[in-house]
Each structure stands twice: as structure tokens, then as C-alpha cells.
Design a binder for this molecule. Structure first.
Ligand code: ADP
Ligand code: MG
Length: 685
């Protein structure tokens, strides 16, 4: 249960003045649903302004405060903005531009002939000077405005800076007083403020110590939770699985294993023999050959008389893994079954029976394989593919199956920068497949302007005519998934005219059986071109597909592009990836696409991706998904994580049950950062 002292922070934003159903939506878009989220919505930066007497003194793009006298109001024509022309003391004219409903404010605030102090960013529009939506328009005291350092928050449509600032102020007024979870000596050494002060300071102006303290809190919570999971896992009883090699000897793999595969298998083999359940991550770039490592691990479990389950994030992947594993396992005589949420009735019953009586050795499926109705005779090993789709919390749910905790092997193809591995997987041991199977050719990657779409279609046509297959990826970019699907459907319709039944479409909202049918036609080679939204990102393996087109490639992150591109270059044929880009590219986007052309090393791309994105942000908070953190920036993670991890370890060693005063404070910290799955670990032991 969450400590009561935190309750004021975990209430919905509706308790704040001015938040009703209408305001909730834009707030939720920013991930702000509770008061806690609002206080953690730290400013992206601060603006400070310079007071100038005439516009000549100001540079373009500069934040200024200047005295202006409105001379003329020009009503909006059509969808254009509302403009107010205003003159400075030297007679220079500047346009104050207002879009949409903001024009009402303009009419009120800027009566012609009356001098006003205007604060905002001076820009040039054609040969006119203009300020779009001035931050402030007041009758006096331009100096006060110039001295103000104001926060600039990330916004979503329907929100303004003053609105957010108001909500933050209200939320800060509700801060409870919390016990300190950082050692006093460390606080003093770093010169960090107390928690509540750190929050207030962080919203007020640029304050590195305050921001560092908040980042540290988050990192500490994360490390502590991971260590609690690890300690809990160590204390659990699993079953030692020692295979006799009998089944593995019967495998007839068409290739020798790579050194990295052999090493990983032997690391897993060593773990499985222990009584403490394995908690191991198999990290390997797309195409590195994780599946066969999983199969060997599962065979060890079966040799030792236990069952093994493989959990995939989607139906498509589950099906594909099932086909692959069943085919590879055929010579061993091991029984493999597929179980997804879609299996119903008699077929399902018979699979459930087989799992219960042990006639089924290996189960492949989606999370359906862990539903209450599924009872295993003796589940010894759980393999989780594409680890990142499952949080630690779900992972814990799995370990509650059965009296003895099964061993866990998690697999991920998401290349994670080294700095983040500890943060993300601190509770696991890691095996890395850092060697690609031999014979892979580099994927010829090219950046092509979107307006050459016609040429691209012809290239696809030639490719298909030569008997090869291709993927065509439409991005998920808009706010609305339906729009994206509509875009993919439109593209499909266009390509269908050209390619007829050779082209199939797959997206997230297709009926499962239609999706399967389309995938199947493509995998079997009956269809030549697969048009998809990013659902094909993970795992799909069709080695005969050697061309990939990615539309609006600049909208994807590097890591994601890399995952997508990894769908080709899987066979021995030479593969090509065409990255279609829009007409305007930011400098960062240009660099990212150039990097994609230059390297195929997923881990390098991940490092660079973070560097390129991190570089532009001084104080910027991160979007969820990039890292497991909301407050800590990449730079802070690099600097502060080792310290936080050590601190967490000390705390665990001294107070593993988190019972002393500092332990109690640490529990509050875990709940504050919603790492309470870590606290749950404390119950059992
Ligand atoms: P991933 O790590 O992305 O899951 P897969 O397990 O799907 O990779 O393997 C990618 C492809 O490489 C598959 O077609 C697989 O059969 C093949 N493969 C795996 N290991 C080797 C190897 N040692 N030598 C040659 N090919 C291999
Ligand atoms: Mg895979």
C-alpha cells in the first residue's frame, strides 16, 4: 500500500483549479494525469529577456521587452492571423501577431495610441519585424519583465505557458513534507537542497544542484527497486535443471553456432543448474541468432524433465516462433504447442490438458500462456522475447506461477547504450551476442527524397519482377492511430493498383485472422510486397525479403530504424534499404539518416541516437520510452547512476528489509517514483 503521506500527490489533476474534462485531454497527452506528474513536469528551459528602448537594438530571435504604441488593428482575413501594428519610440514598426482566439486578448490589451510594454521573441516575417503571441503585454514596469526568468514547459495543443505554470504552482502548494532518503553527509557534500526545495527551485530558475538532486532521487529509486528484485530472486527456490544433452544431440541445425551463441548457451546452462532461479538477459542485435539460443535453453529444461514456455509480445511473433521452433525441434521428438488468446473451445482444451499432463514440453504464445486457467505440470524455464515490451512488473507476475520459481531468460534486440544497461537491467545477468552469423552482407542503405516516390515504386517493381520480396513501411506518426492506418491503407490501395494480388497489408487494427492470412501469404512467397505500419518492427523473419522502403524515415528514432532495417539482410542475398525523407529536414534528422547509411552496428547507433538527441537539450526532460526515466537526462544518468547504484547497494546491505528510518524513507521514494514493484518484493521475505 502506498504510504498515506503521498496521497496528496497521487490524486487526479481534476483537484486543481481550472482542470475540467476539457483540460484533462491536453494534460494527459503530456502524461500528466495526477498532481505528482505535474510537479515532475520540469521546465524545458528558462527565458530571460533584455529590455531595449528601440527595436534596432534587438537581434532577430532575441527575447526582449520593449515599449510599443499600437497604431492599427488588422482583423484576420480568412484563416490568417489577427495583426496589431505597433511603433517603438523611434518609429520602427513591429507586427504583433495573434492566431485563433488569442485575437480577443489582443483587442483588449492593445488599445491604439496607448503605450504598452511588450515581452516576447522578436522575429522577422518577410521584411517585417514581428512578435508572435507576446508573452506579456502590460501598461507599466518593463524592467520587472526584463528581470523575470520564466520557465518554458513542454506544451500540448490547448495548453499555454501561463496555464501550465499556474497548475505547477497549485501542485507545489500541495507538496507534503517527506522524510529524507539521501544520506545527510552526501546531501551536504553535493550541496543538494531538500526534496521539496529542489522541486520548487527547479521550477523557478536554472538550478543545477536542484535538478541533479531530483534526477538522483529517480535513479536511486530505480536502482533500489532492481536490487530488491534481484535479492528476492536470489532468495527464491527454483529447480536445478541439468540436462543430459540427449535432445540437443539430436538437433540437426543447418549451420554451426557462432562463438557468441556457444558462450551464451554455456552461460545459460551454468545458471540453470543452480537452485536460485536464473535471471538472465540475452542481448543481441537483430539477426544475431537469439532463437536458436532460446531453443537450446528450452531443450535443457526438457532434458531435465521440466517444461519450457516462450512468451512473445504479439500473435504474429508467437506464431512465427512456434513455426521456427517446431521445425527445428522436429528431430528431437519434443512436443511444441502454440497457445494464444485466440485459441478457443476444444483445441484450446486439448492444449491445456497437454500442458497439465506434461505431454506438451514446450509452449509458445502470447501472455495467454500465463493466464490463471493455464496450469503446468512442471514449468522450469520461461523465455521472454523482446524484453522491452514487458516491464519488470509483468516479469514478476510470471514468477508467481508454480511453487518453484521458473528460470527466466529475457531476450532483447533493442540495442541499448552501455550507460543504460545498468539502469534498465540492473537486476539481471547479461549475455551478449556480439557476433553476427557469418555470410551476412551489409545492407545497402540509401536516403531518397519522398518526391521521387515514382522511381521508388519502379525500383520495387523491378525487384519483385526479379523474383525477390520487399517490405514497405508506413510510419505511425500522427496523434491518431486511425489516421496512420488510413495513410497505410491509402498507400496500399495505390500499390495494389500497380502490383495487384502481389501486395498485402498488415496493421495493428486488422482482424487477427486477416493479419495472419496476409503474413502467411508473404512468408510463403505467394505475396511479394508487404505494406505495413511499424507492427513488423520486431521479429518477423522472411529471409527472401531483401528490399525495405521506409516512408518518412526522419520521423523514426535511429534505434527504431535499425530494428526495421534488420528485417532485411537476413538471407545470403544482397539487401537494400531505401529511407524516404520529407522535403525539410532538421540538422539532427539529416545526421541521423546519414548515420543509418554509414553503420549497421546497432549498439553504436543506439549510443549516437542518444547523443544526437541529448545534445540539443540543456535541461530537457526526456520522453518516456527512451529511458526508464522521467527526470534524469542522459548526462545525469551517466554521471549520477554509478553513485546511486552504490548507494542503493549500501542501503540494501545495511537495511535489506528497509525498516529503519532511512529504510522507511526509501520505501516512500519507491512509491513516489512508482517503483513499488520493488517494495512488493519485501513481502515474502
Ligand atoms: P534474432 O536474434 O533477431 O532473433 P534469429 O534467431 O531470428 O535472430 O536468426 C536470424 C537468422 O539467422 C535466422 O534465419 C537463423 O536461422 C539464422 N542463424 C542463426 N544462427 C546462425 C548461425 N550460427 N549461422 C548461420 N545462420 C544462423
Ligand atoms: Mg528474434
Amino acid at each position: 500500500m502506498r504510504p498515506e503521506v503521498l496521497n496528496p500527490l497521487f490524486v487526479e489533476t481534476e483537484v486543481l483549479d481550472g482542470v475540467g474534462p476539457k483540460m484533462k485531454k491536453p494534460l494527459e497527452k503530456l502524461g500528466l494525469s495526477r498532481v505528482r506528474d505535474v510537479i515532475f513536469h520540469l521546465p524545458e528551459r528558462f527565458v530571460t529577456r533584455r529590455a531595449v528602448t528601440t527595436l534596432d537594438e534587438a537581434g532577430e530571435g532575441e527575447q526582449i521587452v520593449v515599449a510599443l504604441t499600437p497604431t492599427e488593428h488588422r482583423a484576420a482575413s480568412g484563416r490568417g492571423p489577427y495583426r496589431v501594428l505597433a511603433a517603438d519610440d523611434a518609429g520602427n514598426i513591429c507586427t504583433l501577431t495573434y492566431f485563433g482566439r488569442a485575437s480577443y486578448t489582443a483587442k483588449k490589451l492593445l488599445p491604439p495610441g496607448e503605450k504598452r510594454w511588450v515581452a516576447g521573441r522578436l522575429d522577422r516575417y518577410g521584411d517585417m519585424l514581428q512578435i508572435v503571441h507576446p508573452d506579456h503585454v502590460v501598461a507599466q514596469s518593463g524592467d520587472t519583465l526584463a528581470r523575470l526568468s520564466e520557465p518554458v514547459y513542454a506544451l500540448s495543443e490547448g495548453l499555454t505557458q501561463p496555464r501550465i505554470a499556474g497548475l505547477v504552482a497549485q501542485s507545489l502548494a500541495r507538496l507534503p513534507s517527506l522524510p529524507e532518503w539521501i544520506e545527510p553527509t552526501q546531501l551536504a557534500k553535493e550541496g543538494w537542497p531538500e526534496w521539496a526545495d529542489a522541486l520548487k527551485l527547479s521550477h523557478k530558475n536554472e538550478n543545477e544542484a536542484a535538478r541533479n538532486r531530483l534526477a538522483y532521487d529517480e535513479l536511486l529509486a530505480n536502482s533500489l527497486a532492481l536490487l530488491l528484485v534481484r535479492a528476492d530472486n536470489r532468495a527464491r527456490k527454483g529447480q536445478p535443471l541439468k540436462g543430459d544433452g540427449g535432445l540437443r544431440a539430436k538437433l540437426q541445425l543447418p549451420f554451426p553456432l557462432t562463438g557468441a551463441q556457444k558462450r551464451s548457451i554455456s552461460e545459460i546452462e551454468g545458471d540453470l543448474q543452480q537452485e536460485a532461479p536464473m535471471l538472465r538477459l540475452l542481448q543481441g542485435d537483430v539477426g544475431a541468432g537469439k532463437t536458436v539460443v532460446a531453443l537450446e535453453a528450452m531443450l535443457i529444461a526438457v532434458e531435465a524433465g521440466a517444461q519450457a514456455a516462450l512468451l512473445a509480445p504479439t500473435e504474429i511473433l508467437a506464431r512465427q516462433h512456434f513455426e521456427t521452433l517446431r521445425a527445428m525441434a522436429t528431430p528431437t521428438g519434443v512436443q511444441v504447442a502454440l497457445l494464444t488468446g485466440r485459441d478457443k473451445g476444444k483445441a484450446r482444451q486439448s492444449i491445456l490438458m497437454g500442458i497439465l499432463d506434461g505431454s506438451i514440453d514446450m509452449v509458445v504464445g502470447t501472455h495467454a500462456i500465463f493466464q490463471d486457467a493455464v496450469n503446468y505440470r512442471n514449468l522450469g524455464l520461461v523465455v521472454i522475447d523482446e524484453q522491452h515490451r514487458f516491464g519488470v512488473a509483468q516479469r514478476l507476475m510470471l514468477s508467481s506461477k508454480g511453487k518453484r520459481t521458473p528460470h527466466t531468460l529475457a531476450m532483447t534486440a533493442t540495442p541499448i547504450p552501455r550507460t543504460l544497461t545498468l539502469a534498465q537491467y540492473g537486476e539481471m545477468d547479461v549475455s551478449r551476442l556480439d557476433e553476427m552469423p557469418p555470410g551476412r552482407q551489409a545492407i545497402d542503405t540509401r536516403v531518397v527524397a519522398q518526391d521521387r516516390l515514382g522511381d521508388v515504386v519502379e525500383a520495387v517493381a523491378r525487384h519483385v519482377a526479379s523474383g525477390q520480396q520487399a517490405y514497405w513501411v508506413c510510419p505511425m506518426v500522427r496523434d491518431n492511430e486511425n489516421d496512420d492506418i488510413a495513410a497505410a491503407e491509402a498507400r496500399y490501395a495505390g500499390l495494389h493498383e500497380r502490383f495487384g494480388e502481389d501486395v498485402v497489408l498488415v496493421h495493428g487494427q486488422l482482424k487477427p485472422d486477416m493479419k495472419d492470412a496476409a503474413m502467411e501469404r508473404f512468408a510463403s512467397g505467394a505475396a511479394k510486397l508487404l505494406v505495413a505500419t511499424t507492427v513488423i518492427e520486431v521479429g518477423v523473419d522472411v529471409p527472401a525479403s531483401t528490399l525495405m522502403v521506409i516512408e518518412q524515415a526522419e520521423r523514426f528514432g535511429l534505434a527504431q530504424l535499425h530494428q526495421l532495417r534488420g528485417r532485411v539482410g537476413r538471407g545470403s542475398e544482397k539487401s537494400t534499404c531505401l529511407l524516404l525523407r520529407g522535403p525539410t529536414l532538421s540538422e539532427t534528422a539529416r545526421q541521423r539518416l546519414a548515420l543509418m547509411r554509414e553503420t549497421q552496428d546497432g549498439f553504436l547507433l543506439a549510443e549516437e541516437d542518444l547523443r544526437l538527441r541529448g545534445g540539443g537539450e540543456l535541461l530537457g526532460t526526456r520522453q518516456s520510452g527512451d529511458t526508464p526515466f522521467r527526470l534524469a537526462t542522459l548526462d545525469q544518468i551517466t554521471r549520477l547512476l554509478p553513485m546511486a547504484h552504490d548507494d542503493a547497494r549500501l542501503l540494501m546491505e545495511r537495511d535489506g528489509g528497509l525498516t529503519g528510518p532511512r529504510g522507511e524513507a526509501a520505501r516512500i521514494l519507491l512509491y513516489l517514483f512508482e517503483r513499488d514493484w520493488g517494495v512488493q518484493m519485501l513481502r515474502g521475505g
